[in-house]
Design a protein around this ligand. Sequence first.
Ligand code: AOF
Ligand code: ZN
Length: 351
Amino acid sequence: MILISDQKFMNIAFEEARKGTGRTWKNPLVGAVIVKNDRILSVGYHHQFGQEHAEINALGGLADVALAQGATMYVTLEPCSHFGKTPPCANRLVEVGIRRVVIGQMDPNPIVAGKGIAILKNAGVEVKVLNQTGKINDKYNFFYQNGRPFLTIKYAMTLDGKINQNQGKRSVVSDKESYHDAQKLRGQNQAILIGENTLSVDNPMLTVRDQKPIFEPLKVLLVNSADKLNAKSVIFNTQSDILILSRTVTNKKWPKNVEVVVDSEWSPKLIVKLLTKRGIQSLLIEGGSHVHAIFMASQLVDEIDVYVAPIIFGGGGLPAVWDNNALQIPDYQLSSKVNLGQDIKFTLRRK
Ligand code: AOF
Ligand code: ZN
């Protein structure tokens, strides 16, 4: 049973947590509320990757830390137990005399995963876990629960299923509103992948332009030969990290922000394995047709976002999903359908 007052304060903690949206990078969003005699004494949240955790910020908001004696802390995620960029929060809560801790969800990150709760309980602190995620850390939770990043494919197409009008040329397909929505999607992912045709035809920057993030997503280029890439592609003018997955060896000297990893058999499975090892929790796949096809058939794609524009290009352009062979695509179901200007965005999720 959940007490009404516990739920009320936890909802406030979730609101706090959301204030860190877009700034905590690989860390989860976390919010905390300190309550005594049914009154809120302080609130706090995790502001940015590398900075203080939510609990410490909430304690810092107290007029006097002695007020924490005998208080209850509501925190959306299990307090941490590790010495990371900051000392463990669970120990600090014990130290300042917090008597009861109400937790939204356990931390699935194996460096914590129950150890924070154990520290609290061993010190005699009353702990209650509500098993609520508030849907604020879906990709973080997915990564640790499934041992791989959450994969999303995104494309814009015409009513005749084309992503461009002419195979070798970039075309405007979607409405402004779809463009802004797609920008938001970029900001919600830690890496963005494209194939070499998209790189040469679209020459994209793959940056998040609407609301410049503190941490730009890693740009991943899947290519046959790193050395044959056009060095004038605008992507190489950006400062953010670029990971080139090349099928053939490189003899070039690359700038510091560019890394080339060679494997003659790059497959979705192998790419996912590499990104998992690097702690990338989410990947957005942005073209082109063949990259969409091989990923869809890989059984590894969790979400597909398609922006459909009410225009027809006719023959000559590339289909949104293309392979020489018929592919076995797993089952997806409609998760949402929204109007964006004159376009419609369909979001599909794995069944
Ligand atoms: C908390 N409160 O506000 C956050 C927590 O890199 P570090 O040292 O900041 O540690 C990151 C890990 O700490 C993160 O993956 C998660 O397990 C926990 N994050 N924990 O108690 C917070 N941000
Ligand atoms: Zn912590």
